[in-house]
Design a protein around this ligand. Structure first.
Ligand code: NAP
Length: 331
């Protein structure tokens, strides 16, 4: 496959946003990481928070200027929305939209609110995305050691011309172009991001671990031995294929593991599982998942709260906490 263009540091010009004021709305996972990276890149950045925000002190202690959300929108040229996706529409209508003026840039790190039409920005602004492929803590950690994480950039609306270059410049300032960014669209990023979370990252993998652990316990195996194979060793294996691919992983493991893994793996992840994956994708594409999630949010998260309690009772939780504490004691 011919790789598309990978935008690196040399392709991005920090001067495009250096003289602009950047307002970050929210100081959570991404807000904190992006704000601190922007600050370290010499950008003029301030934080917009809700009244009596618990994050106020932390942001001020890090040298950041904080104001209420509506103030920041009035004052800034680039407004980066880094609050939870489900609350964005409300915050946008009340505190952002009324203060948007011609030529400002609204920047997202995930396409959700634009793709599902929760936010419909006025035509006289730029709307772009710089989506890091990873958690905020990782974005900050890598930046501090001179590295970065990759990401996707996209333009939804280019009012003033040059919106793509603004997104690229912002990506450089938060460290994404140190590794590389790819051009995408709001639709593609939103749908694939949700799919990746649900099927692999926060759905498939944790559920595979929990189920395998349950099966070993049902068969009366020692919980500690079961925990090592189902939970602890996962990171070693991910590290093996993450940087060099599955072929490298297969060379690094025993022939027994390779043979058993491929034969049994193909049986476990079978056509039924793939059909469920296809269904989950259809629910994302049709907006069914989005409606379900918004309904859950509007009702005050009854199902999520219930599931959080249930997840705490899953047997592997307790032993993971105990063993991780015991194993890390001498570190
Ligand atoms: N989590 C990740 O690593 C990650 C990765 C890639 C992309 N993204 C995207 O980045 C964006 C931000 O996600 P996140 O995980 O960083 O969010 P988050 O950590 O949950 O955001 C927390 C921040 O949002 C503020 N906030 C929450 N509700 C608010 C409201 N109603 N009004 C005003 N402020 C409110 C909080 O205010 P207080 O300080 O007052 O509590 C806090 O500062 C999302 O679009 C997400 O999809 C996230």
């Amino acid at each position: 496959m011919q790789l598309p263009k990978i935008y690196k540091d040399k392709d991005a010009d920090l001067n495009l946003i250096k003289n602009k004021s950047i307002g970050i709305i929210g100081y959570g996972n991404q807000g904190r990481a992006q704000a601190l990276n922007l600050l370290d890149s010499g950008m003029n950045v301030s934080i917009g928070l809700r009244n009596e925000s618990s994050s106020f002190k932390m942001a001020v202690d890090s040298g950041l200027h904080c104001t209420p959300v509506n103030e920041i929108v009035k004052d800034c040229d680039i407004i980066s929305l880094l609050i939870p996706d489900q609350v964005m529409k409300e915050v946008y209508s009340e505190n952002i939209e009324p203060h948007l003026t011609e030529g400002k840039t609204l920047l997202f790190s995930h396409g959700y609110n634009i793709h599902y039409n929760l936010i419909q920005p006025p035509k006289f602004i730029n709307v772009v995305m710089a989506a890091p492929s990873g958690a905020g803590s990782e974005l900050r950690k890598q930046f501090k050691i001179g590295k970065g994480i990759p990401g996707l950039i996209a333009v939804h609306q280019d009012y003033s011309g040059g919106s793509f270059d603004i997104a690229l410049s912002y990506s450089k300032a938060i460290g994404l172009t140190r590794m590389g960014v790819f051009k995408s669209t709001f639709k593609e990023e939103t749908e694939t991001d949700l799919f990746g979370e649900q099927i692999i990252l926060t759905g498939g993998i944790p559920k595979l671990i929990q189920s395998a652990y349950k099966v070993l316990l049902e068969a009366n195996y020692n919980p500690i031995t079961a925990w090592f194979v189902c939970y602890y060793e996962l990171k070693t294996i991910v590290d093996l294929f993450h940087s060099k691919g599955f072929e490298f992983m297969n060379q690094a493991i025993s022939d027994t593991a390779e043979f058993g893994g491929i034969t049994r793996g193909n049986r476990i992840i079978n056509e039924n599982v793939r059909n469920e994956m296809r269904l989950a994708l259809e629910e994302i594409q049709s907006g069914k998942f989005h409606k379900e999630w918004m309904d859950e949010y509007e009702r005050g998260y009854p199902q999520l709260k219930n599931m959080r309690e249930q997840e705490k009772q899953i047997p592997i939780e307790e032993i993971s906490k105990q063993l991780l504490k015991a194993l890390c004691e001498n570190k």
